[in-house]
Design a protein around this ligand. Sequence first.
Ligand SMILES: [Zn+2]
Length: 146
Amino acid sequence: MICEYCGSVIGENDKFCSHCGAGVVKKPEPKFDREPEYTREPVYESFGQAPEKESDRPGYTKALVSMIVGILSIVLIFVLTPIAGVILGVVGLVLNNMARGDGYTGSILKAGKICSIVGLVLSVLFIILIAVLIGASFILIPELLG
Ligand SMILES: [Zn+2]
């Protein structure tokens, strides 16, 4: 610690300067006053803004719909409507791009993209599988029937 009056180096816990005898004003105090203010303000702001910000962010709704549509595109495969899955997967990806174009960056955006791609790919694969099975049955059935 340095004495404010004479500039001499003094002990950290000294109440008086050993060189000039001046009362020591501890400098850490203003630092302690500032630090809580710094930590309080951003925390307070983020608490106040975070709930509004997420849904008010541009592209949020599109990102959310993208995720829902992406999930539906996956679910629809399992109820044997892969064409709807393809359509929803494409819609999900389009909405996802629009949301990103609006400047939205969040976990929902990523989830929407992943779900839409997974739904789209699985739907296409499912359609190919059905097409192959139908094609195979056309070849196999006449053969089996002789
Ligand atoms: Zn001094």
